[in-house]
Design a protein. Structure first.
Length: 111
């Protein structure tokens, strides 16, 4: 479907922790890492008519951001190496968020 141009939108019904694995599976299925990232950002924003307000980083757009130790546009598993989260204008330490959620340490890197 992806090769035929059908928009694929990432998203799970879980806690959100599963999303990185879902994106890894998309890469395993033939997406580039950048296409997998777009399936969780720009593609859904465009499909719901919100691409002018969100879905990518640009002046005037709303965005929650993460600081990654790596380059998920080249290696999607680097998303597991999040070090900082910015949400609703607040900056949060990802390791502290993991600890508060009962997760001990950063996960191993996948693809």
């Amino acid at each position: 479907m992806h090769k035929a141009g059908v928009p694929i939108v990432a998203g799970t019904d879980g806690s959100g922790l599963e999303l990185v694995r879902e994106l890894e599976l998309y890469v395993d299925a033939g997406f580039t890492p950048a296409e997998a990232l777009a399936s969780a950002t720009m593609v859904p924003a465009h499909l719901v008519g919100a691409g002018d307000k969100t879905g990518s980083i640009a002046v005037g757009k709303n965005a929650d951001l993460v600081l990654i130790d790596g380059d998920p546009s080249r290696r999607i598993g680097d998303l597991r190496q999040t070090s900082m989260v910015m949400m609703d204008g607040k900056t949060m330490d990802a390791d502290a968020l993991r600890t508060a959620s009962g997760i001990s340490g950063r996960p191993r890197n996948g693809n």
